[in-house]
Design a protein around this ligand. Structure first.
Ligand code: G3I
Ligand code: 9MR
Ligand code: ZN
Ligand code: CA
Length: 544
């Protein structure tokens, strides 16, 4: 394993948009710095960093070097007085094009039920996997087709709610920033017209259809009884597959994402869009007929990811809001109005807390079609939440919105979800400072953090190299599958490896680039998806 030396000068290891503000973050004692042209090693700028301030969450004394004055496209690095250097990075008008492609391509690598091969997979191909029918728990003898879709993560389970969150982020990215998705024809299904992001999401939507039973309810998940070994390739994971029972959370998520897809696919594929809408409507009927449902827990004998969720009003709210936005039917509006009064989180975008998607759908429906007071409350609440995130970011050494207690399992999802929310605030307020704060979150993800680590495999000078990802462990290829977002620091020390190695570390350092650390270094589809959204924003023109 090559040694990872943490450099005292951290940057976004991909780079910075030419027009925006640009800062590097320093932990060393030197204050004078120079920006060097990477090829000629000549200085193009010199400056002095700010006064250092102690940052408790990172456990470092951090100072800022501003080099916004450098605007010429090129490759650079930063050097301190004592000769310490940063990673090389680029300055360009659109520095994140390849990154966005890679983050999106990751979903191709997560595909289940098909061979990954040839020019599409490079060295990371494998045979088709998980083609057997699954047994439906509680219905002896019933076996159903379950193939297709994306694996969830470093394991091979397929979970309806998390899948819906991932598709929602990608479809929202396409809806808001279509210009960032125009020239990305890199998939087997590419027809030269349909944007790759829609082709890729269709893979998951086609699988989600199979998760709906005739009554409209949606099975919570489809997995083997327990996790396979860490080096088992997908095609060798041949244990019996099980559909776990229907849950209200999964059904709400399904209705939400299908109603969204019905709207977005309509110009491209009317039949598919109509199928999505019909499926969403049946799912909604099931929810209406099942107003009080217990939260999902793993059935006896199943020990794979639980994705438990005690609160399903948020998923119902999202479903109603998307169905109203897509169909304009009054019954859905009535449901939104009733659900909006309940006290679940309205601005969260996690796999268990989907209320934020409902809020966005309702606001996007527009003032004219919505209840004035609910619209105003949601809009004000969204902006207040964005202001809170921006205030935390201003206090934080690495300029992100995570407080110490926010470094939980999958903290990088919060980093990207919060950036998404800031970009929603930008959209509804027209205020550019929200986007600047969101961009700081992308800088953190790509290496401007206390560990000098890019949390995206294959991207940046010090990327994660040993994710808890079964294909990356089992394929015999040295480099991991590229474009995968790692979970990031989790101060709860939820696995044995980190409990042994990271006791007493500050929150933002509770991370191990080791394949045994599933609580800090696993990868998932729903950690990638908000990162695609954020990268797409800055690919669709950044004015700075
Ligand atoms: O919400 C609470 C918060 O209030 C509290 O302060 C904090 C303190 O630790 O915990 C928060 O809950 C955490 C929860 O994630 C929030 O999302 C739990 O501690 C944490 O254990 C839980 O982790 C989840 C993990 O499964 C274990 O259940 C991750 O979110 C979730 O992404 C992860 O999902 C797994 C699947 O089960 C299987 N597939 C891989 C996937 C990724 O590791
Ligand atoms: O590999 C599993 C990973 O995909 C899950 O996210 C994680 C939490 O549910 O569990 C991992 O499996 C571990 C199991 O929970 C405990 N024994 C070690 C397993 C890692 O190989
Ligand atoms: Zn598979
Ligand atoms: Ca919920």
């Amino acid at each position: 394993m090559s040694e990872h030396i943490i450099r005292a000068i951290t940057v976004n290891q991909i780079g910075y948009p030419a027009k925006g503000s640009k800062t590097a973050l320093f932990t060393g004692g030197e204050h004078q710095f120079r920006v060097l042209d990477a090829k000629t090693r000549t200085a193009v700028y010199s400056g002095v960093t700010s006064a250092a301030a102690w940052d408790k969450t990172s456990g470092a004394s951090v100072h800022t070097g501003d080099f916004s004055a450098v605007t010429d496209a090129g490759s650079y690095l930063i050097e301190a007085e004592d000769g310490t250097v940063s990673a090389e990075f680029i300055i360009e008008e659109r520095p994140y094009e390849e990154l966005q492609q890679g983050l999106l391509k990751a979903f191709y690598f997560y595909r289940c039920g098909v061979e990954l091969g040839g020019e599409y997979a490079g060295p990371w191909g494998h045979a088709a996997c998980h083609l057997a029918e699954g047994s439906v728990i509680g219905q002896p003898g019933l076996k159903l087709d379950s193939s297709g879709g994306w694996h969830d993560a470093g394991d091979y389970g397929k979970y309806s709610g998390p899948g819906a969150k991932a598709v929602a982020d990608l479809l929202l990215a396409y809806e808001w920033y279509p210009a960032a998705f125009t020239d990305s024809f890199t998939l087997p299904e590419t027809d030269g017209k349909t944007p790759d992001v829609l082709l890729e999401c269709k893979v998951e939507l086609d699988w989600l259809f199979k998760m709906q039973e005739a009554g409209g309810g949606v099975y919570h998940k489809l997995t083997t009884a327990s996790f396979p070994g860490l080096d088992v390739m997908p095609e060798n994971d041949t244990d019996e597959l099980f559909f776990s029972p229907v849950s209200a959370a999964a059904t709400g998520d399904f209705a939400g994402v299908m109603a969204m897809a019905a709207r977005i696919y309509k110009p491209w594929d009317e039949d598919f869009a109509a199928r999505c809408l019909a499926a969403a409507e049946v799912a909604w009927q099931w929810l209406v007929q099942h107003p009080e449902e217990p939260g999902f827990t793993n059935p006896p004998g199943i020990s794979t990811g639980e994705y438990g969720d005690e609160e399903d009003h948020d998923e119902r709210f999202w479903a109603a809001a998307e169905l109203y936005r897509t169909t304009g039917q009054e019954m859905y509006h009535e449901a939104v109005q009733a659900l909006a009064r309940l006290p679940f989180p309205k601005f969260a975008l996690g796999w268990a807390d989907m209320g934020g998607y409902g809020t966005l759908a309702y606001l996007l429906t527009g003032k004219d079609q919505t209840d004035e007071e609910i619209y105003r409350t949601l809009e004000e609440g969204l902006l207040a939440e964005a202001d809170r995130l921006a205030a935390v970011s201003r206090q934080d050494g690495y300029r992100i919105s995570l407080r110490e207690e926010d470094y939980i399992w999958g903290s990088n999802m919060l980093v990207m979800n919060n950036a998404l929310l800031l970009l929603a605030a930008e959209r509804f307020s027209g205020e550019a400072s929200y986007a600047e704060c969101a961009l700081d979150h992308l800088h953190y993800l790509l290496g401007r953090n206390v560990l000098d680590t890019s949390y995206v495999t294959g991207y940046g000078d010090h990327p994660v190299r040993h994710p808890h990802h079964r294909p990356s462990v089992g394929d015999g290829v040295e480099e991991p599958v590229p474009g995968l977002v790692s979970g990031g620091p989790d101060r709860g020390l939820h696995d044995e490896y980190v409990r042994e190695h990271l006791q007493g570390k500050p929150a933002a350092q509770c991370f191990a680039d080791h394949d045994l650390s599933y609580s800090t270094n696993e990868v998932t589809i729903y950690w990638n998806s908000p990162a695609v959204f954020v990268a797409a924003r800055f690919n669709s023109g950044w004015q700075g």
